[in-house]
Design a protein around this ligand. Structure first.
Ligand code: OSB
Ligand code: MG
Length: 369
């Protein structure tokens, strides 16, 4: 279809509670929304780059630059068949996966609406609800952490991820594990350790964790492979996998036994599906990561997580875990069995609350006519 006009929105949204990781603490979340108009339809995408280069080197600032100068000129006024054609058109832009993924998401939304199909069906997904968990940020103390976990469990979450960093790891896991011997529990270090300092994580092997996520550097595979040799618990890579090629290499060298798939980090939903497929072919489980998305990105994550090899619960929590006011009319809620329903409407299956959008928009820019 021919892309007539694109509007970018730079948003800053208040979180219901501060979120602290090994790379920093936030109480608001920035993102860029992409509104694409084509043949009378309007598609939406979310670029999950953050304000700061703490999780990844991309930021809202770099994404705005790359979108306006390089990506959008490739599609404005042009005929774009699908995600694959979009990826070919922007293949000369190195990196900037999150910026690309935001556009790809809007194209999927348009395609789904044009065909009258929900995104999960376009992707070949089968589930209509997906298993989810909650990602719990660093807390003041192990006691405070246990209280926070208590609260999430009483809301119905049946899988918990704890953020860790050096000095705030083993005692935290021990406290939660002692109180909940059977809880599905995992940890995420967001690259806070080195091969040397990660030796302090060895006691985690005795706490029956589902996985240890991204202990080492954000661009590393090799040291993760060395580290995995010393652990019974599977390592899982997040930051290090920004393309299907990295997933293949990580599995070949034994750098992880589980892969976290975030459509933004890997450059788009199509690349997320490709990683899903290559892991499935090797019997390697995957799960859907999160970036504190708005209802737009959450809808995309749910559709992606409906694919069959997403066998571990995703970091896709209910809207109320993130935002008192979201920018979609639809709010996602947790079912009693710790699942969330996959949207059934055409495309992403969400509609935009224009009033809320306006309220959180710091700047916007329209290109095309
Ligand atoms: O590493 O998975 C991560 C949030 C922002 C950046 C990185 C990560 C996270 C989360 C939150 O863990 C997942 C979510 O609930 O969206
Ligand atoms: Mg992570």
């Amino acid at each position: 279809m021919k892309i007539d006009q694109i509007t970018l929105y730079y948003l800053r949204m208040p979180l219901v509670a501060p979120f602290e990781t090994s790379f920093g603490r936030v109480d608001t979340r920035d993102c860029i929304l992409i509104e694409a108009k084509a043949e009378g339809l309007v598609g939406w995408g979310e670029c999950v780059a953050d304000r700061d280069p703490g999780y990844a080197w991309e930021t809202c600032g770099t994404a705005w630059h790359i979108l306006t100068e390089f990506l959008l000129p490739e599609i404005l006024g042009k005929e774009i068949r699908d995600a694959a054609e979009f990826q070919q058109r922007v293949a000369h832009v190195r990196g900037h996966q999150m910026a690309k993924a935001g556009v790809e998401m809007a194209l999927w939304d348009l395609q789904g609406q044009a065909q009258g199909s929900p995104l999960y069906q376009l992707l070949g997904g089968s589930r209509t609800r997906v298993d989810v968990g909650v990602s719990v940020g660093l807390q003041e103390s192990p006691e405070a952490l246990v209280r926070t976990v208590d609260a999430y469990l009483s809301q119905g979450y049946r899988r918990v991820k704890l953020k860790i960093k050096p000095g705030r790891d083993v005692s935290e896991v021990q406290a939660v594990r002692e109180r909940y011997p059977d809880l599905r529990l995992q940890v995420d270090a967001n690259s806070a350790y080195t091969l040397d300092t990660a030796a302090s994580l060895l006691p985690l092997d005795d706490y029956d964790l589902l996985l240890i996520e991204q202990p080492l550097a954000e661009d590393d595979l090799w040291d993760h492979a060395k580290l995995q040799e010393g652990f019974r618990t599977p390592l899982c890579l997040d930051e290090s996998i920004t393309a299907p090629r990295h997933a293949r290499q990580a599995l070949e060298m034994g750098a992880c036994r589980i892969v976290n798939i975030k459509q933004g980090r890997v450059g788009g939903i199509s690349q997320g599906v490709a990683i899903h497929d290559l892991c499935q072919a090797q019997d390697v489980p995957v799960w859907c990561g999160g970036m504190l998305e708005t209802g737009i990105g959450r809808a995309a994550n749910l559709a992606l997580a409906s694919l069959p090899n997403f066998t571990l619960p995703g970091d896709i929590s209910a809207t109320e875990r993130y935002y008192a006011q979201d920018i979609t009319h639809e709010r996602f809620s947790l079912n009693p069995d710790s699942t969330i329903n996959v949207p059934e409407g055409p495309g992403l299956g969400v509609t935009i609350d224009r009033e809320a959008l306006e309220c959180f928009t710091l700047k916007h820019l329209t290109l095309g006519s």
